[in-house]
Design a protein around this ligand. Structure first.
Ligand code: PFF
Length: 453
């Protein structure tokens, strides 16, 4: 049931719709592009185990906390804090979340644009005769050039805006419902192909047999950062989507299912990529170029590789789009509620701002490479400030807000839908402990390490 103040608010139509939209946000370039190369750089299975522990002990509690704030307040990022704690300064966290999403979408749209370009290349079977060196040159020539990346950034952002303009139920939910199952199927198909290559076992060992000697403090930092990025935490996304969730939905199960889907998907992406990397004798620690250089190289040598390349870059584009729409929705929902403007106008204005910032990110790979702030070009600066600073601040505020300010009673009330759902006491107590102590301690430790790096 909606209350009177929400009658004009859009909402998701079904529980499955909420789940695919949330999973669509979580599953993205973070799973297909960031997770595999971090696994490669951080020694394989040991990194994965630490990552899984962080998702369970810190990721899921923060996800549930953000859900509580969003669903309870039925408001966008800033207004949500204000509604639950009127008169305080908590709303600043919501403004920071909107800023965080602005930075994320600016560089995310550029990488999404690279995905569009590579899908076009895959359709032209461009990779079929190329060796590693020429693929490296191809990627660097493309990403540092001026016009094509700008064109594809515009195309990607245009598609994102086109979906968000349709609203929550008719745009975001409809798109995610069709595309997320398709994405899963494509990636499972590619994983099966990769796992059945001769020599794939070495990749499987790498993914599932831990070598603890490779673990350093950096492994923990990378794993926690990745958990935040991959589950879209601290960015106001779960608050905003949570605000569109009906009062009778079970948010504990929605939250855990989202985290499980995201994690399973990251593992499927690992199984699609690592066995092939090992089967072709390539170093797993290639870094960010893994997806745009190493994979096309592998595709070029596989039977039916041309078709697999098309499917892979199509999957990458879908995953990037369902995440990008959630980032845009956080900013659009904020603008609509704060400035009392219509969705169409909000999407158009935000499009212009992100488009301009995205152009700067794209050009910072080439002609603007010398524009540096804190020793980083604009692309890297936006990536760093969002994933390593603003998301952590956002996460910290959320856990303190729900753990200490709202407290046990309100938490329980929201998680059980006012007592209608059963939830054992130990669950609430454990969640409260994780939110009050473990999560803030972990975030503070990672922040201190980062500053002292
Ligand atoms: N979770 C997305 C990914 O893994 O690619 C990235 C992301 C989406 C971050 C939405 C933040 C956000 F609000």
């Amino acid at each position: 049931m909606k209350n009177a103040s929400n009658t004009a608010r859009d909402s998701f139509g079904s529980s499955f719709g909420v789940l695919v939209a949330l999973a669509g946000s979580a599953v993205g370039l973070g799973n297909l592009w960031r997770f595999p190369y971090l696994v490669g750089q951080n020694g394989g299975a040991a990194f994965i185990i630490i990552y899984l522990a962080f998702v369970l002990l810190i990721g899921i509690p923060i996800l549930l906390a953000e859900f509580i704030i969003g669903r309870r307040s039925q408001a966008s990022a800033r207004a949500a804090f204000q509604a639950l704690a009127p008169g305080g300064h908590w709303g600043i966290a919501g403004v920071l979340a909107v800023l965080c999403c602005t930075l994320i979408l600016s560089f995310y749209s550029v990488v999404g644009g690279w995905g569009v370009e590579y899908l076009v290349k895959a359709f032209r079977f461009d990779f079929s005769s190329m060796d590693n060196e020429s693929l490296k040159n191809l990627f660097s020539a493309f990403s540092t050039s001026t016009w094509r990346p700008l064109l594809y950034h515009t195309v990607f952002l245009g598609m994102t805006a086109g979906i968000v303009i349709g609203g929550v139920k008719n745009g975001i939910e409809k798109f995610s419902k069709v595309m997320m199952p398709l994405l899963f199927l494509i990636m499972i198909g590619i994983a099966i192909r990769s796992l059945t290559l001769p020599g794939a076992e070495a990749g499987v060992d790498y993914l599932f047999k831990p070598d603890w000697s490779k673990v350093t403090s950096g492994t923990f930092l990378a794993a926690l950062g990745q958990a935040f990025f991959s589950l879209s935490l601290g960015s106001g996304m779960v608050i905003t989507y949570g605000s569109y969730v009906k009062k009778d939905a079970n948010i504990v199960s929605l939250g855990t299912q989202t985290a499980v889907a995201d994690t399973v998907f990251a593992l499927i992406a690992g199984c699609a990529i690592m066995p092939a990397v090992f089967a072709f004798g390539i170093s797993p620690g290639e870094g960010p170029g893994l997806v745009f250089i190493t994979l096309p190289h592998i595709f070029s040598q596989l039977p039916l590789g041309g078709v697999i390349a098309i499917l892979f870059f199509f999957a990458l584009l879908l995953a990037a789009l369902t995440s990008a729409i959630s980032v845009l929705e956080v900013i659009v929902a904020f603008c609509m509620e704060e400035f009392k403007i219509k969705r169409g106008l909000a999407v158009s204005l935000v499009f212009l701002v992100i488009w301009a910032l995205g152009c700067l990110c794209s050009l910072s790979q080439g002609v603007l490479a010398d524009w540096k702030v804190l020793g980083k070009n604009i692309f890297d600066l936006f990536d760093y400030l969002s994933a390593n600073v603003l998301m952590l601040i956002g996460g910290l505020v959320v856990v303190v807000f729900v753990g200490w300010k709202l407290g046990r009673k309100q938490m329980r009330d929201e998680l059980t839908n006012g007592g209608t759902l059963r939830l054992p006491n130990w669950f609430i107590d454990t969640l409260l402990f994780l939110l009050r102590f473990l999560a803030p301690a972990a975030i503070l430790i990672i922040a201190i390490f980062q500053v002292s790096e």
